[in-house]
Design a protein around this ligand. Structure first.
Ligand code: NBG
Length: 962
């Protein structure tokens, strides 16, 4: 039985383990060899913290006894669930290849590379072509890291884990399955969280700070356990404690399903924001939906994507708390009746409606090292009345069944569309469901401690994460007028000082426009209010632009049979922000120009950011420790400190250490790939990675076409030097998005041919990582050399993966799109590989025409060859299989324009940039320098900076510390 502890490969999966016998299951959890524990930054600081244990520690017996009713129920469910997952088999191999070996294969091409390097180094910074530059606000100061105020009692934790295993499962440690140990550990951690959670709430009650409600259909949280331990500054202690109990923390972390309540960037941004809000000490709620099934699991069968339901609550969720005391009722349908009171005032009542109960589940969001615990509150739906067995009256029975179904359906599943509006009735129901419940609760909470509802906005602000939560505007108006009897003007004043809107895309197909028929049928009172907002807004347009019907047609909220949610959000919001400088400029000058002309003061930019706690401290512990050794640990809460690494970027020893860490992370990923794909990849090759949602504008197709081209080159010119490269993809496609799904198949088909072609000597490997999600992303970013950010310029609002790669020392190959522009500005153009049309050029082609892909096809034999291979059987027996992709590039059969995303136009320039990547990589020193400069210059892209800007420039929140 191989049960040796692994030291480098962190994440394993359930998949390879499912087949194991039960004896294996038991033993697999055990860690036999005790790896020499390298201190993490977190614990080092924790160790420095003044010993406050006596004050905060509870007697061991007390901790487990404190279980709430919810916990016991959850535990019971968990206990009932058969242990499906077992620990993965241990490998005794440790990956400690010396850095020297890493590039051993690299053919020497130094001179050429050096000259390029020199040229690049002397080149000026990227000239930002757009007017954007001027608009950027001054540098924001991020508050200094507070000295840690929290402690972690390792012995108490151990006792608590043992106790939980006994009481939950009637087992001893060595009998428990990894899933059971995960549950026991999570409850032990939760015990410690709850104290801080309560203290935070007490502090908020006392200090009454202004609170932001981040309203979002999506929170892509990923796994909680590891992150919670990190932010409690307890990771290292917990790891040691578990090791002493014979358990490998990595195996335990791998038992947790990702909370995949989001599609991609938008949902993950919300998760990063919650982390930063708690860490910076601001009162905040995340409000969303507790989907029964999150983002589907992706399986690849025969190269095709297959969607499998994500039953993430299967084993219960140890960290959540059901809060039935905050239940709200949400009403759909029916009609509105009006009654006039003795003072002549109209009162509106929704009648004949169907009601659903919204029941909140709270998840703790822990600030790093400061003891602040905020709440992510996600709503579950339950029928208002349970079946009454005595009511056999047919009508009642029917109604009860309907209500049961309505409730069940609403939160059943997350719509798996990224950047795409599907217009489904159920989706609108979901939106109103969680918004109504959240707004009701925000008002109720405010009124518990305040008297004057007219001052609501002084203590509360709503941030609308895209247009999905925009009904919040009308819902707040409804509550203020119908329940608190404010006049329209009073209610409007409160609402427009409360709601702020973030735009996340310019993609036309993502814009939410609800048919009036559907909207008014489902939300009759809300529709009335929207109509009135629209009527008044049109009057405002007419006053400003007398006689200009065109303006009304373009700007009205209700027009042409549709309710336009973005227009509503802009008209009623006190702030409208884009998510990267370029994106905001495009909004102001193109997409939302009319609104910008009317309300220039509302528009502002908030460039996205990411949390370094998850994406470096947790995801890349080797690099995190190394960074701390060189610049101290303040980067954990003050990322710009990481610039201290710049002085090491040319240092020989530092370069070797840095590249060795990258190598070890590549070994970790190679192992993951071997286990999941059965493909051997060489960690000495260049790891060139594109992981993100599959979308035509993100241009995975450009990437794979270029790989096909490289393969042709190698076959035709075997004598030419070629530095081995591993192309790694990870991407989910929306279930109904044909070309996206076909692109996945193409990547897998190309992978099959290339990976099995012995004649190319493994120079290229292509890997499609199945089921890309937050937990495997952490491993992937850490291992990347090259970060593919190749969207059609102007289309990617910001991107956040680009930032995660940068933080982990990958060098960007990308277009001047989204936040890439700012990344290049920070790191210098000489430390990135920029190619392709600019956003201005793309927009010009779109507006005035002048691009014909057929011309390129006819004149460029390389491009022609690759495109012909899509339809001549090179990659599929069925020559028609990839024809839709071929067509999308060359003719207008499926779209109004051929090659909408300028793939052929950018092809040559992309290939040239890729050539420069190869040259740079072969110059080991130069590459190490570039990669380290990327890490060192990533400071701007922390979500702490983004949140600080939201707080200072939009929300005006008060800082709280414990
Ligand atoms: C996405 C953009 C990304 C951006 C994230 C977060 C939507 C609608 N938009 O570029 O495509 O990084 O939002 O802002 O999902």
């Amino acid at each position: 039985m191989a049960a040796t502890k692994k030291t480098t490969a962190k994440k394993e999966t359930a998949k390879s383990t499912a087949k194991k016998t039960s004896t294996e299951k038991k033993t697999a959890v055990k860690a036999t060899a005790k790896a020499p524990a390298k201190k993490t930054a977190a614990t080092k600081t924790a160790a420095k913290a003044p010993a406050k244990k006596a004050a905060t520690a509870k007697p061991a017996a007390k901790a487990p006894a404190k279980k709430t009713a919810a916990k016991t129920t959850a535990a019971k469910t968990a206990a009932k669930a058969p242990a499906k997952k077992a620990a993965p088999a241990k490998k005794s191999t440790t990956a400690k290849a010396p850095a020297k070996k890493a590039a051993a294969k690299a053919p020497a091409k130094k001179t050429a590379a050096k000259t390029t390097a020199k040229k690049a180094a002397t080149a000026k910074k990227a000239p930002a072509k757009t007017a954007a530059k001027k608009a950027e606000p001054k540098k924001v100061k991020i508050p200094k890291a507070k000295k840690p105020t929290i402690t972690f009692d390792k012995e108490l934790f151990k006792r608590s884990v043992l106790y939980n295993v006994r009481t939950l499962y009637r087992k001893n440690m060595d009998e428990a399955t990894p899933q059971q140990v995960f549950q026991a550990v999570s409850y032990a951690i939760k015990d410690q969280i709850v104290d801080y959670w309560m203290k935070t709430q007490e502090a908020y009650e006392r200090e009454d700070p202004k609170t932001v409600y981040y309203l979002s259909m999506e929170f892509l949280m990923g796994r909680a356990l590891g992150n919670n331990m990190i932010n409690l500054m307890a990771y290292k202690d917990a790891k040691d404690a578990l090791e002493e109990l014979g358990v490998d923390i990595n195996v335990i972390e791998d038992q947790e399903p990702d909370a995949a309540l989001g599609n991609g960037g938008l949902g993950r941004l919300a998760a990063c924001f919650l982390d930063s809000l708690a860490t910076l000490g601001y009162s905040a709620y995340g409000c969303g939906i507790r989907y029964r099934y999150g983002m589907f699991k992706q399986e690849i069968r025969d190269g095709f994507q297959v969607e499998v339901p994500d039953n993430w609550l299967d084993n219960g969720n140890p960290f959540e708390l059901r809060r039935p005391e905050y239940t709200k009722e949400v009403r759909f349908g029916g009609y509105v009746s009006v009654r006039t009171d003795e003072k002549g005032r109209n009162h509106y009542y929704q009648e004949g409606y169907q009601a659903v109960k919204a029941v909140p589940y709270d998840h703790p969001v822990i600030g790093y090292g400061n003891g602040i615990v905020n709440t992510l509150r996600i709503w579950d739906a339950e029928p208002v009345d349970c079946f009454r067995l005595d009511s056999f009256d047919k009508g009642d029975y029917q109604k009860a069944v309907e209500q049961e179904n309505l409730a069940r359906n609403i939160v059943e599943v997350l719509y798996p569309n990224d950047n795409h509006y599907a217009g489904k009735e159920l989706r609108l129901k979901q939106q109103y469901f969680f918004i109504s419940a959240s707004v009701q609760e925000a008002v109720a909470k405010y009124m518990r401690n305040h008297k004057d509802i007219k001052k609501f906005y002084e203590k509360v602000t709503f941030q609308l994460n895209d247009t999905h939560p925009t009904v919040a505007i009308a819902e707040l108006m409804r509550i203020l007028m119908d329940e608190y009897y404010l006049t329209w003007d009073e209610a409007w004043k409160v609402t427009t000082k409360t709601c702020a809107y973030t735009n996340h895309t310019i993609m036309a197909e993502a814009l939410e426009k609800w048919p009036i028929e559907l909207f008014s049928r489902l939300l009759p009172r809300i529709y009335q209010i929207v109509e009135e907002i629209n009527r008044r807004f049109i009057a405002e347009i007419e006053a400003k632009y007398p006689g200009n019907k065109d303006k009304i047609a373009k700007m009205a909220i209700v027009y042409d049979g549709q309710v336009k949610m973005a227009h509503l959000a802009i008209v009623a919001g006190y702030s409208v922000n884009g998510v990267a400088r370029l994106h905001t400029e495009i909004l102001k000058n193109q997409e939302l120009k009319d609104f910008y002309d009317m309300y220039p003061a509302k528009f502002n930019n908030k460039t996205n950011g990411i949390t370094q706690r998850r994406f470096l401290l947790h995801g890349n512990p080797l690099l995190a420790d190394w960074v701390t050794d060189h610049v101290g640990d303040e980067w954990i809460t003050d990322l710009p400190q990481i610039k201290g690494l710049k002085v090491y970027a040319s240092d020989k020893k530092a370069q070797a250490e840095f590249m060795n860490i990258k190598y070890q992370n590549k070994v970790r990923l190679a192992k993951y790939i071997k286990e999941h794909n059965g493909i051997d990849v060489d960690p000495r090759s260049i790891f060139d990675v594109q992981v993100k949602r599959l979308h035509e504008y993100k241009r995975q197709l450009l990437n794979i076409l270029h790989i096909m081209y490289l393969y042709n080159e190698i076959k035709e010119h075997p004598e030419k030097e070629f530095f081995p490269r591993t192309f790694i993809f990870g991407a989910k496609a929306a279930a109904g998005y044909k070309n996206a799904k076909l692109t996945i198949k193409l990547i897998n088909s190309v992978a099959d041919v290339i990976n099995n072609d012995k004649s190319i000597d493994g120079k290229i490997k292509v890997v499609f990582i199945e089921n890309y999600r937050v937990s495997n992303a952490e491993i992937i970013f850490a291992a990347a050399d090259v970060s593919e950010q190749i969207s059609t310029a102007s289309k990617e609002a910001s991107g956040t993966g680009n930032m995660k790669f940068m933080l982990n020392g990958a060098v960007t190959i990308g277009t001047m799109d989204g936040a890439n522009v700012e990344i290049v500005e920070e790191v210098g153009e000489e430390n990135a590989f920029i190619f392709g049309l600019s956003s201005d050029e793309v927009i010009r082609f779109e507006n005035y025409g002048g691009y014909d892909p057929m011309e390129i096809f006819n004149n460029d034999p390389d491009v022609r060859k690759v495109l012909m291979q899509l339809i001549n059987g090179t990659y599929a027996e069925d020559t028609e299989l990839f024809r839709p992709l071929y067509n999308s590039l060359l003719n207008t059969l499926s779209t109004s324009k051929a090659d909408t995303y300028f793939i052929l136009k950018d092809f040559k320039s992309y290939a040239a940039a890729q050539k420069r990547v190869e040259e740079a990589y072969m110059d080991k020193k130069r590459w190490a320098y570039m990669a380290m400069m990327n890490v060192a210059c990533s400071g701007k892209f922390t979500s702490d900076r983004t949140i600080k800007q939201y707080v200072d420039e939009i929300w005006k929140l008060d800082h709280v510390s414990l």
